[in-house]
Ligand binder design. Structure first.
Ligand code: Z5A
Ligand code: MG
Length: 212
């Protein structure tokens, strides 16, 4: 009994500073998993396609102004509105490769000076990732990559603060990958880490909730 229960997919999150290579690596990972015959989807937060996501996008592009607490809760709401779909996909055997998640939420808002426990609170009860891979790069090195755009947080001084706040969130379960290596080397390391995680989930590792 239970043998024919379908294996679930893995919830994999990539985190890291602006320009650390998350988006590049997320799409490479999805292609890689598909080549292995696995089902995988690329997700990202913020998801700018929803109503909440459009409010976030307006804020990030400086088309609107919002109180720091308000925007924090919108980023969180943007994850909550996707939570049940996320669970359905995972349970149907699809691995989700997610470009930013709650850790970005807490690191960016606490870098502005908001209390870290207050920042974590609205994330409680969201699905906990099976793997957090952190693409490690110094803010200075990241800034050298093609330069920042015009979005609100794309400034070196602020990215330095965000890096400090990511450090507070690190725990022993995170896989830290040196993001200064050539793109193919980062890719190779991520493939190994992610495949191991997918295998664990197929073998029955249970889904859990934040913060754990
Ligand atoms: N935010 C928040 O405050 N609260 C939240 O809850 C969430 C987010 C979820 C929008 O995020 C902003 O929202 C973000 C955090 C905040 N603000 N900032 N900063 P976004 O995801 O829409 O945008 P982004 O992730 O910041 O930026 P990004 O530029 O897309 O970074 P990336 O995805 O990590 O990098 P990339 O696009 O893959 O690569 C950047 C460049 O580097 C590109 O030219 C690549 O070709 C190059 N690259 C990549 N890898 C390498 C290597 N290994 N060597 C050399 N060059 C490389
Ligand atoms: Mg990106």
């Amino acid at each position: 009994e239970g043998n024919n229960k379908e294996a679930r997919g893995a919830l994999v999150v990539l985190e890291g500073l602006d320009r650390s290579g998350k988006s590049s690596q997320c799409s490479r990972l999805v292609s890689y998993l598909e080549r292995q015959g696995l089902s995988a989807e690329l997700w990202r937060f913020p998801d700018r396609t929803t109503d909440v996501g459009q409010m976030i996008s307006a804020y990030l592009t400086n088309a609107s102004q919002l109180d720091d607490h308000t925007i924090h809760l919108l980023f969180s709401a943007n994850r909550w509105e996707k939570r049940s779909l996320m669970e359905t996909k995972l349970k149907s055997g699809i691995t989700l490769i997610v470009d930013r998640y709650s850790y970005s939420g807490v690191a960016f808002s606490s870098a502005k000076g908001l209390d870290i426990e207050w920042c974590k609170a609205p994330e409680i009860g969201l699905l906990a990732p099976d793997l957090v891979a952190y693409l490690d790069i110094s803010p200075d090195k990241a800034a050298e990559r093609g330069g920042y755009g015009d979005e609100r947080y794309e400034k070196l001084e602020f990215q330095k603060k965000v890096a400090e706040h990511y450090k507070v969130l690190h725990d022993a379960s995170w896989k830290v990958v040196d993001a200064c290596q050539p793109i193919e080397d980062v890719e190779k390391q991520l493939q190994e880490i992610v495949l191991a995680c997918v295998t664990k989930c197929q073998k029955g590792k249970s889904l859990s909730s934040l913060w754990s």
